[in-house]
Design a protein around this ligand. Sequence first.
Ligand SMILES: *[C@@H]1O[C@H](CO)[C@@H](O)[C@H](O)[C@H]1NC(C)=O
Ligand SMILES: *[C@@H]1O[C@H](CO)[C@@H](O)[C@H](O)[C@H]1NC(C)=O
Ligand SMILES: *[C@@H]1O[C@H](CO)[C@@H](O)[C@H](O)[C@H]1NC(C)=O
Length: 427
Amino acid sequence: MADTRCELSYCRMRGIMSLLTAFIKDRKMGLNDFMQKLVSCPHMCQHDVRGFLTIDEKRNEDIMNLDDELDSAMHSNGPRSSLAEETQMKPCDFHYLKIIGKGSFGKVLLAKHKETSEYYAIKVLQKKVILKKKEQKHIMAERSVLLKTVKHPFLVGLQYSFQTTDKLYFVLDFVNGGELFYHLQRERIFLEPRARFYAAEIASALGYLHSLHIIYRDLKPENILLDSQGHIVLTDFGLCKEGLEPNGTTSTFCGTPEYLAPEVLQKQAYDHTVDWWCLGCVLYEMLYGLPPFYSRNTAEMYSNILNKAPVMKPNVSNAGRELLEALLQKNRTHRLGAKQDFEELKIHSFFSPINWGDLIAKKIKPQFVPAVTGPMDLRHFDPEFTHLPVTSSVCNSDSLMVTSSVREAAHAFPGFSYGPPKDHGFH
Ligand SMILES: *[C@@H]1O[C@H](CO)[C@@H](O)[C@H](O)[C@H]1NC(C)=O
Ligand SMILES: *[C@@H]1O[C@H](CO)[C@@H](O)[C@H](O)[C@H]1NC(C)=O
Ligand SMILES: *[C@@H]1O[C@H](CO)[C@@H](O)[C@H](O)[C@H]1NC(C)=O
């Protein structure tokens, strides 16, 4: 990731993936025409796409491989359909049990598949709302990045996606161990071995994304979950904030304001090292109980992020403090990971007790196992959400009253639906 031309964020990557998917769907189009279309299409992040396509031969090979992988993922869904648009999945295949998250675009529901009795977190988005905010490219892309091609033990998996005339559905792994910071708040701080374990799992997920030229960038407390065994799952139940502002693409924030990297705050160019800054913030908060530059006064906090060295109280080991200082370097070219990315973190002395092979194989037993009795156990979710009633409209979204705006919305997401190979799925 030393190549700074490759400044793809997680969100931008999503945009590109959605184009690739559309390409696969429309096989009639030749690759060159497709490239042409990509580069000329005014609605897409032209700059990023062009950069992505013109970096070098190697990158183009990557695209082709991605294409093949996506293609086979799609094809294996059925003998003839190249896309899972024809997938049989529909809203009424699930019982909707609880609301587990809510945002401006829609909500996340706990659902149980009627036939298999498996639990999923289903994110339901209103097309109308998305179109009004001109966010469809990000949504398409979110689905695409979550495809099976992006698969890692500490990243949430997308099992299916499908759509009705007015809604989009993402069927995600259900993760019910609670937010990492929910547990942190209860315990105030984590001792070093526990903090090291979480930081290592997060780092390995970030390193994996970087190897795919994806910057996660949205690392923030609410995106870091624990599964029922106590392993980290990075998720993205919220929506990517990129492009929400009318004119800016750089004015995007790395999660909560406390985690803003100096370069993001100053609207300068950023790269993969922004994720290592955020990891530094997470680790600092785990060890000290507060974000590194915290102040109740936001202006003062921003000033601290830009100007002040993080306060390192003595209660943390030298190796821990050294790592924090290396990750929280304000100049990103001096930050740990700027040269060799994840490899630099792996060999840092703070992580010397970690066997990285075992970690990724989930062979390191988490010290803390969330107290959940099973997949229906929602004790770690915010009761504010879980007590909301589930409206029946989720299942009745194919209403007969098709207004013009719904009709317009209905065709705005071609190629959205997705199903994995049959052997993993519902029968
Ligand atoms: C972006 O929008 C803000 C306010 O909405 C405005 O102040 C600023 O000048 C705009 N920037 C550009 C580059 O158009
Ligand atoms: C300091 O660390 C010890 C163990 O390493 C822990 O028990 C104690 O709670 C910590 N104190 C503070 C103020 O963080
Ligand atoms: C960051 O460090 C590089 C290399 O030492 C230097 O050229 C650059 O000016 C620094 N950037 C800032 C904003 O200090």
